[in-house]
Structure formats: structure tokens, C-alpha cells
Design a protein. Structure first.
Length: 277
């Protein structure tokens, strides 16, 4: 099933993405795709891949993260290649072409008391170059999402601050503690100082955010799961940068996976396909 069109993206979406670093595209993905992706997500969560893990702090099996899903499950692969996400990212960024970085399935189980700390994505990624500073994430809801069930919150305009913030571990394991980089402001305790937005979502809605934007999410206090498929897109060239204190799964996937990129080598090839619309 082919749906590689950005027809759901409006001029308002493009303006919001450029100005605020985040926008919500309603009904971006058809329910036909969502109904295929849900059982694929169940399968993936029951069959851990090499780059999957439990993101929980404390209670296990409450916050699942699975990466590079499209390389090991056909439904995810079909969606990446034929769904609308690539066209949406290209339309929002205005890039002449867009390259897949990776996909990331995130599941917060019902009642999971695991908030996602406020963070900025950029320095988790073992990348350098203009593409690295402009990664676009399309976060697709597989379930209804509210703030009570863990909707992601975003600091509007933070992508334009021009500041790099040190990564923060999601499970208090001390990882990323060795970086001499500016710490993220304490957004959680100074919320009134920022313009914070979240979106209640229906399945098929898509929130897109810029890699430099600051965001976080509360625990899931609802009685339903909160599943989102986050797909990261490179709107310009990026190179492999295996520096210390980046996300180890991503560094392993790029440096030790099928492509075995060397430091400074451009991220490209069949495992990182390029799209033009």
C-alpha cells in the first residue's frame, strides 16, 4: 500500500515547524497503516532486536524502546518505503531530498511511572554535519494519546536557541555524565518561564519536531498503552562521528553494523535510503 504523499501537511504546519520547532499533522497516516503497524509493534516488543532495550528507571518492561525496526520486520519496512512519513519530513524541512536515519518504537505501558526527562536529541546522535543539526522526527501515534497517558511536551522555539545541551540518561544509570557541555535548564521546575505545548492525539496523527528542540513527557497514568513510532530523517548530509557519550546503540549500528562506517564517512547506502518527492 503506497501513501507517500504529504497531502496532510498544511502551510500552517510548515510555518509552525520552522517557527516553533514542532507541529502536529492531523490524520497524517491512514488507519489502514495504523492497523498494520499495531500488531507489528506487538511482535517487535515480544521479539527484541539487537538495538532494543528497556528505558525504564526501576520497574522493568514498562517503557520499551526498539530501534531500526524496519530492518527486521516487513510491515515497518513497507511503511518506511511506501508510507507518508518521508514526504511529510521533506515538506516540513523544505529539503530537496530526505534520508532515513532510523526508526524508534516507543511504548509506555498503562500505568508506567516512568517520565521521560526533558532533553534535546542532538548530542545523543553519533553524527556531525548540517544534517545532524537539522534532523526531523516524525512521531506517529499508534494509540490515542493524552497528557495523562504520556503525551510528549515541547518548549516552543527552543530549536532556535542555538545551544547544545548535554544528553541525559532516561534510566538514571549515570551514562552521559562525562561531558563538559551545558546542562539543560530545569524546565520541569520553571515551566512558567517557557511556552510549552503538547498535543492530544488520535491514531494516525503525527507530531514532527526539530532535533534541537527541548522536549519531555510525563508518566503514563492512563489505563491504555502509549505507543509512538518515531522516525528520524536527515534533510542534509551527515557524517558518522563516534565520539564519546553518544547513544551506544546508534554508535554500534553505524560503526559495527552492516555498513561499518568510519569516522567522518557520510551516512548513506541501502540501510539509510534517500527519498525525493
Amino acid at each position: 500500500m503506497t501513501e507517500n504523499s504529504a497531502s496532510a501537511v498544511t502551510e500552517q504546519n510548515i510555518e509552525e515547524y520552522q517557527r516553533d520547532g514542532v507541529t502536529c499533522i492531523r490524520g497524517a497516516i491512514s488507519m489502514d497503516w495504523i492497523e498494520q503497524l499495531r500488531p507489528a509493534a506487538d511482535w517487535a516488543q515480544a521479539n527484541y532486536g539487537p538495538y532494543d532495550g528497556d528505558i525504564s528507571a526501576g520497574a522493568e518492561d514498562q517503557f520499551y524502546g526498539g530501534q531500526f525496526m524496519w530492518g527486521r520486520e516487513d510491515t515497518f519496512r513497507d511503511f518506511i518505503l511506501d508510507g507518508a512519513a518521508a514526504a511529510i519530513a521533506q515538506a516540513l524541512t523544505g529539503a530537496p531530498e530526505i534520508r532515513l536515519f532510523y526508526d524508534f518504537l516507543l511504548t509506555k505501558e498503562a500505568g508506567a511511572g516512568n517520565p521521560t526527562p526533558w532533553h534535546q536529541d542532538r548530542l545523543y546522535y553519533p553524527l556531525a554535519g548540517d544534517g545532524a543539526d537539522n534532523v526531523c522526527t516524525t512521531w506517529i501515534a499508534l494509540d490515542p494519546v493524552t497528557l495523562n497517558s504520556g503525551a510528549v511536551e515541547y518548549v516552543k522555539g527552543s530549536h532556535a536557541w542555538g545551544r547544545y545541551f548535554a544528553p541525559k540518561s532516561f534510566n538514571d544509570d549515570g551514562r552521559y555524565g562525562g561531558l563538559d557541555i551545558e546542562a539543560l535548564p530545569d524546565v520541569a521546575n520553571t515551566r512558567g518561564d517557557y511556552d510549552i505545548v503538547h498535543y492530544d492525539l488520535e491514531p494516525g496523527d503525527c507530531v514532527a519536531h526539530h532535533v534541537m528542540g527541548v522536549h519531555g513527557a510525563p508518566e503514563n497514568n492512563a489505563d491504555i498503552r502509549r505507543r509512538g513510532l518515531a522516525i528520524r530523517w536527515l534533510p542534509a548530509e551527515a557524517t558518522f562521528d563516534p565520539r564519546e557519550e553518544t547513544q551506544y546503540q546508534l554508535k554500534a549500528a553505524l560503526g559495527e553494523g552492516p555498513d561499518k562506517f568510519e569516522s567522518g564517512e557520510t551516512v548513506q547506502g541501502d540501510n539509510f535510503p534517500l527519498f525525493r518527492f
